[in-house]
Design a binder for this molecule. Sequence first.
Ligand code: ATP
Length: 353
Amino acid sequence: MADLTLTRIRKTFDATVAVDSISLDAPQGCFLALLGPSGCGKTTILRLIAGFETATAGRIVHGDTIWSDADAAIHLPAERRRVGVVFQSYALWPHLTVAGNVGYPLRVAKMNRPDRDAAVKQALETVGLTGFGERQPAELSGGQRQRVALARCLVMEPEIVVLDEPLANLDAHLRVAMMDVFGAFHRETGATMIYVTHDQAEAMALADRIAVMFDGRFAQIDSPERIYSRPADETVARFIGEGAVLEVPVLRRNGNAAVADLFGQEIPLPVSGTGAGDVATVCVRPDRCRIAPDGAIEARVLRTTYRGSHWLVDLAPVAAAGAVLHLACGDRPPGAGDTVRVAVESVTPVGAA
Ligand code: ATP
């Protein structure tokens, strides 16, 4: 059991910088999500960890074993890293049965037949596929195929499992069910899980730490709660949640907090280091805003969108041309063009300690 450390890892493909000098500590047993938009370098990091790519610069160390060191030209091959890999596409052998697929890595490792059969049986039981051993992959649903891929990972008893958008091909119901399977797998194996996704809800539900990535770099590595409640910068704040990111003038200090002017409403900012005359960046989340007859903010309704559990209302505050607030409304909302009064319960400070 060992920790995984990436130090100043850089990976270029010709002129493209896919990963730009990132560093990361993944303690043994953590569940880390790499979260970011398409093309930001998430998959490349997984491939570097698994050993499918060679870093242009930097080091990857697992416990006291150097897996990769660009300066020393060290690159431990993938098969010697014992990293389990789960792909979005499942990557099952179509001509092998479920048991054949799950037992394949053990066959390659020359494990004897009885031990192999026992390990396969146990792994299929863990992922809830007892009795499916003789089926072909083509006879399984997407979720069942993903479980086979997970069972194949499990038989190798990996210390690290990397998962690349494993739920992207599944429908909403199956995604929730498979999240439970991944959570149980993590608890039962104690493996380090490194999970790539661009879906923040998935990352928040599964991970104990999230690394938010843009353009080959980490913008913030933190707990899901901190990522949501204390985004490190505007880009993270805009990417996480549906909040409006705004600059507001600070009116005065009030003990350890400051008070800012949000379109005519005085709002406390739980940050130190700002005072009268400063401008603070804040994120206003839709669930912190409500329509209230005595609300201090006057705003015009731009449009409403039905979201199932609530309506999302886009509002233009009268006091600030061009600014937009979003509000979550449980009841039927006012119509586009109506003028309403809005109260904001709290704001999320952006980039402040
Ligand atoms: P997605 O969420 O769309 O899968 P990602 O965040 O996983 O994206 P990567 O696949 O890591 O992103 O790609 C990062 C950048 O590196 C992209 O600009 C991509 O085009 C480029 N890239 C990745 N692999 C290669 C390759 N083998 N050759 C050339 N460029 C590559």
